[in-house]
Ligand binder design. Structure first.
Ligand code: CMP
Length: 157
């Protein structure tokens, strides 16, 4: 059986300011991913310290926090088979100016910091990040009818 996974996306302030939110969500929808959660909000210092704890000693940490707090962000939880790797491919590498054309960062960003979206990098991280930003009742388990066409029947068993 193929394992369904969930991953966390943060649509960053640069994407909202540049009117890219709809196009980003469309890319995930068109790929065949299910939106299991979605909300908008400001990131607090506390949440950013947790979320970017592994970058705390980096020279860009304070600027990164300032950037992430500069406007509201949009949080998405996306679901699909092996969705963590799928989303990493759709998003592209950190530095937008060397990301492949066709990826979100490749098409919409030139920066290493202002790189449009954050995406969880592993199953373990995704579980922690989803729990950090979503309460259980903010996540939705529902039947997505087009999955009968997105996947082959044996993939959904
Ligand atoms: P993200 O996927 O959210 O994970 C960590 C973030 O830190 C990254 O995207 C960038 O926004 C930022 N970042 C990573 N490396 C650098 C860097 N060298 N200079 C500035 N910002 C960075």
């Amino acid at each position: 059986m193929n394992k369904l996974q969930r991953t966390l996306i943060i649509v960053k302030p640069d994407a909202l300011q540049r009117n890219l939110l709809g196009r980003i969500i469309t890319r995930f929808e068109e790929k065949g991913l299910k939106i299991a959660g979605m909300k908008m909000g400001y990131l607090s210092d506390d949440l950013l310290d947790q979320h970017y704890a592994h970058h705390m000693d980096k020279p860009f940490f304070n600027d990164l926090k300032k950037f992430m707090k500069s406007s509201p962000v949009v949080f998405l939880v996306l679901e699909g088979i092996e969705v963590i790797d799928t989303v990493r491919l759709i998003v592209g590498p950190t530095k937008g100016r060397i990301a492949d054309s066709g990826s979100i960062r490749g098409d919409f960003s030139m920066s290493t910091s202002n790189n449009i979206v954050h995406a969880s990098d592993s199953l373990e991280t995704a579980e922690k990040e989803i729990a950090r930003f979503f309460k259980p009742d903010e996540l939705f388990d529902y039947r997505k009818d087009d999955w009968n066409w997105v996947y082959a029947s044996d993939e959904l068993d």
